[in-house]
Design a protein around this ligand. Structure first.
Ligand code: PXP
Length: 236
């Protein structure tokens, strides 16, 4: 069975727009778990544009499924991760100007640094997932550096528009899944998945967890609108 990990970053993005307390990503995490999510993901970015240090520490206290801390493997964030002790970290590349994580990690280019970071996490019994492009050589490199999981970047699949490109991108994900399964790597995927395109990815053999954020937060903002307006009208 493929399970759902809900990425709650965008709840924090809305909160940061006003710099106050609402909406609180912790409350979103509780509701997501109540609705059946089996994991909560939050990305503590170096620029703290959405999730804050306080969120990560408190999520560790309240998440009852598992906490997946998405992060760039920098000294500062690694230090926080080994203090928080999430169930798993997902290592991603980070660029200041990007709107969201743009590409996968270049594992082959950074094998030595990644292996060192992964050893630190292993010493603290934290599982490590590497967010990688659907490239077989990156999967092999992920195995070499000691990752326990890979998260396949589904952004290319999600952005494909014509049926041929969609099939081609799905084919790459499937090929990578075969290799990850063969190498004994746990298989996750995410980025850009939505209510229309998630099905074929969820059906890939060995797919364990899909991390989805934007589509869920976007839909919740719309399907919650009616109730929120009704409550305000009642007060007026
Ligand atoms: N996985 C990773 C590694 C990500 O960086 C993101 C975006 O924060 C997601 C999954 C979720 O992507 P989306 O918000 O498009 O569902």
């Amino acid at each position: 069975m493929t399970t759902l990990g809900v990425n709650i970053d965008h709840i924090a993005t809305i909160r940061q727009a006003r710099g106050g307390h609402d909406p609180d990503p912790l409350q979103a995490a509780v509701l997501a778990e109540l609705a059946g999510a089996l994991g909560i993901t939050a990305h503590l970015r170096e620029d703290r544009r959405h999730i804050q240090d306080r969120d990560i520490y408190l999520l560790k206290q309240i998440v009852t499924t598992h906490l997946n801390m998405e992060m760039a493997p920098t000294q500062e964030i690694i230090k926080i991760a080994v203090d928080v002790l999430p169930y798993m970290v997902t290592l991603v590349p980070e660029h200041r100007q990007e709107l969201t994580t743009e590409g996968g990690l270049a594992v082959r280019e950074k094998e030595r640094d990644l292996a060192k970071a992964i050893e630190t996490f292993r010493d603290h019994k934290i599982l490590v997932s590497l967010f990688i492009d659907p490239d077989i050589n990156e999967i092999k490199a992920a195995k070499r550096v000691g990752a326990t999981h890979v998260e396949l970047h589904t952004g290319y699949y999600s952005n494909a528009t014509d049926p041929l490109s969609v099939a081609e991108e799905l084919g790459k994900l499937k090929d990578c899944a075969l290799v990850a399964n063969k190498y004994g790597l746990n298989l996750n995927a995410g980025h850009g998945l939505n209510y229309l395109n998630v099905g074929p990815v969820a059906e890939i053999d060995g797919m364990q967890e899909l991390n989805i954020g934007h589509a869920i937060v976007a839909r919740s903002s719309l399907i919650g609108m009616e109730a929120a307006v009704r409550d305000m009208v009642a007060l007026l």
